[in-house]
Design a protein around this ligand. Structure first.
Ligand SMILES: [Zn+2]
Length: 364
């Protein structure tokens, strides 16, 4: 098997980098007309700036209102609209669903894609993966697009004003990267781009973890003050770039596999991806029978920044054996990411790990 590494064509992060959109496009040879896809809140926040940026240099652009869900018909409608207006570049501004819808539409048209996340809540912006739902918002499939974004532009003055819960969830998602990378490297399982991890991707996972541990608490305090600081910048990079490259190019394993399986529990639906992944990390570490020196710093970090460390913290109940057994079954099915771990997985092992994680996360 070959080693495969995948990343955005260019990643630019900093305060007010939105104003550099045109120069960044020029650097990459991207042309207009630009179709900007955004929901109402982000449009209200940024539309005046887009007007100034594009009108100053005479690049035609239009705003396509995003309706809130990433599903096949929405992707097709966006692609058709972009095709009719002979768009040169598609740009998504917002959270995961607007980004994934635009990513998939741009890939269908084989057009350049600019990704401007306005929250640092998941590891997805830098990737080529689009998570597709049905019109009711129920997970349907993960679609791998033909290429990663040409440009990821992360304006930290925009991110610092976003909801704090999303930033914390982004740290929860980033917390998983190193442990899943290590599992995939050890088992030799494929990453999400059909190859083994490179040394670079595995090391990026390690750096992601070190960055969160060193700067996560301070970055959260800065976010609460709505102030962009060096620590805040580093954690935005960990949540968005390091975690993104780490998961896509090193691989996913138990933490995300447990996350996916936990969604069969109705109670988990009110929680964000990164919140569930954070608890998934604890289950992952229990499944691997990691020593206290490995899991205690993770539990301490989660408690300090407000990430869940118990079943109750993600809408589950330790006494609800039927649901936990069902989760353990789903987590052990042949296509489950949990099977990327370097040892045999059984439903009983997963069930025991769910309860063990709840125990270590509940202990004072
Ligand atoms: Zn994730």
């Amino acid at each position: 098997m070959q080693n495969v590494y995948s990343s955005p064509g260019r990643y630019t992060q900093g305060p007010d980098v939105t104003d550099q959109l045109v120069s960044e496009m020029a650097f990459l040879g991207l042309v207009g007309p630009v179709l900007i896809v955004a929901g109402p809140t982000v449009t209200e926040l940024l539309s005046e700036r887009w007007k100034t940026i594009f009108e100053t240099v005479g690049i035609p652009y239009a705003i396509y209102p995003f309706e809130g869900e990433c599903y096949m018909d929405a992707i097709d409608a966006l692609a058709e609209s972009a095709s009719i207006s002979a768009v040169g570049t598609l740009l998504a501004a917002g959270g995961g669903k607007v980004i994934d819808t635009t990513r998939a539409a741009a890939a269908n048209l084989n057009k350049p894609f600019i990704c401007c996340p306005t929250v640092a809540s998941t590891d997805s912006p830098c990737s080529a993966i689009a998570v597709v739902y049905n019109p009711l918002g129920v997970y349907e499939t993960s679609h791998t697009c033909s290429r990663n974004p040409d440009l990821v532009l992360v304006d930290t003055e925009v991110i610092v004003q976003s909801p704090i819960r999303y930033f914390i969830a982004g740290m929860g998602d980033g917390l998983s990267t190193v442990f899943e990378a290590r599992a995939c490297v050890q088992s030799g399982r494929e990453n999400l781009r059909g190859g083994r991890s490179t040394l670079a991707a595995a090391e990026i996972g390690e750096l992601c973890y070190r960055t969160l541990m060193a700067d996560g608490r301070a970055a959260l305090a800065d976010m609460q003050q709505r102030t962009v600081t060096p620590a805040f910048e580093r954690v935005v990079e960990a949540n968005t770039l390091l975690s993104g490259i780490g998961f896509e190019s090193a691989g996913l394993a138990a933490a995300h596999g447990i996350h996916n399986a936990m969604t069969v529990g109705e109670g988990t639906h009110a929680y964000l991806h990164g919140e569930k992944v954070a608890f998934g990390v604890l289950v992952h570490l229990m499944l691997e029978e990691q020593p206290a020196e490995v899991f205690e710093p993770v539990v301490g970090f989660c408690r300090d920044v407000g990430l869940p460390t118990t079943l109750g913290g993600v809408g589950l109940d330790a006494a609800d054996e039927a649901t936990l057994r069902r989760i353990a079954e789903v987590a052990s099915e042949p296509e489950s990411l949990v099977l990327n771990e370097p040892f045999a997985i059984t439903p009983q092992k997963v069930y025991d790990a769910l309860l063990a994680a709840d125990r270590v996360g509940s202990a004072s």
